[in-house]
Design a binder for this molecule. Structure first.
Ligand code: DAH
Length: 359
């Protein structure tokens, strides 16, 4: 009868109480030992040591004993209480350590079970190509610059020596935005407006490349996509010549495509350069022998270039008597296509993992 306190406060005498104490001690010890969880232990401790326990009942009875007997029973009572307290404390430590371990075990995540079944992603081929091209130019001492994809007509056309209604604007099929004056805000058709931004910053000389997205109202086909990337180059310094331009293009071509690939310039026209040229590289598919991709010429066009037109210098307030420069711009997708022999550029935007994971 350890659990329930008897409400009968009849004295059992010294011997009766000592007997009962021994019995209570034994039964309480067993109850503590039986607890298999912290919660069960707390309940057992309340029953064994709490106000309504047999121990408390004995404690109340002790008061009615003679002083000598009271002392003896009182001491024994304290002993039993302390021992039971101690048992509860020990048991609590054991149980909570075990419960903590069980919880850690239950919450453990075995990451090795998941990782091998997941495919690890990587940068897209266009991003990788852009980074590699940037590296080539950084190696030649160029800075990397950026400009906005939403431009004004002034940066995209006018400052590049194409006043309104200039027929050369027809070279670019433009997306206009519904903002400001009609046809004044657009998605840039090339990275050339970054040239203007660089020159307006007013720090000369300039050796910079500017990679980024461009937009043209084109229908996608094997060699064009309407949202694509270009990398623009601009050099402005004293005494820059067309020879520097040709040498730079040849250097970058062999650095990026390898020593068997060369470049050549063919006369062309761009409003912002004079003279202007298109530059071509050896066709990587046939290494110059002639094939369908290069229409049997052995050469593939990569971009445009030329000497910065004095009209552009004057739009940005640079003295063209003292400074001269060259510029170029070419497609990043086209570089990736030539480097990896990709038959159809549209593969780059179809997101077919079987294609993308090859690079
Ligand atoms: N912006 C021209 C285009 O998209 C390419 C180009 C040609 C850039 C000549 C230049 C350049 O910087 O000098 O077709």
């Amino acid at each position: 009868m350890i659990m329930e306190n008897s409400t009968v406060e009849r004295s059992r005498g010294k011997d009766g109480l000592l007997d009962e104490l021994s019995q209570v001690e034994e039964e309480a010890s067993r109850a503590i030992a039986r607890a298999t969880s912290s919660k069960a232990l707390a309940e057992a401790a309340t029953l064994v040591l709490g106000k309504r326990s047999a121990l408390s009942a004995i404690h109340r009875e002790v008061a009615s004993l003679e002083p000598e007997e009271r002392k003896e029973v009182g001491q024994r009572l304290n002993e039993v209480r302390e021992r039971l307290d101690e048992l509860v404390t020990q048991k609590r430590e054991v149980l909570s350590a075990r419960e903590r371990e069980e919880q850690i075990e239950a919450e453990r995540m075995d990451l090795t079970e998941i990782t091998p079944s997941l495919l690890r992603g990587h940068l897209h081929l266009v991003t990788l190509t852009q980074m590699e091209l940037e590296d080539v130019f950084v190696g030649m001492g160029y800075q990397v610059a950026e400009g906005p994809e939403v431009e004004t007509d002034w940066y995209n056309f006018e400052a590049l020596n194409m006043p309104p209604d200039h027929p050369a604007r027809g070279m670019w099929d433009t997306f206009y935005l519904d903002a400001g004056e009609p046809e004044s805000v657009l998605l840039r058709t090339h990275t050339s407006p970054v040239q203007i931004r660089l020159m307006l910053e007013g720090r000369l000389p300039i050796y910079a490349v500017a990679p980024g997205k461009c937009y043209r109202r084109d229908t996608a086909d094997a060699r064009h996509i309407p949202v694509f990337h270009q990398i623009e180059g601009l050099v402005v310094d004293e005494g820059i010549t067309f020879g520097d331009l040709a040498g730079t293009i040849e250097t970058f071509t062999t650095a990026y495509f390898g020593p068997q690939i060369h470049s050549r310039l063919r006369p062309s026209y761009f409003p912002f350069t004079e003279p202007s040229a298109e530059f071509e590289i050896t066709c990587t598919i046939c290494t110059g022998r002639g094939c369908r991709t290069c229409s049997d010429t052995g050469w593939v066009e990569l971009g445009g270039c030329g000497m910065v037109d004095p009209a552009v210098f004057s739009a940005v307030g640079i003295d063209s008597e003292r400074w001269s420069g060259f510029a170029f711009g070419f497609g990043i997708e086209r570089c990736a296509q030539m480097r990896h022999q990709i038959a159809d550029l549209r593969a780059l935007i179809e997101n077919d993992i079987r294609f993308l994971e090859q690079f």
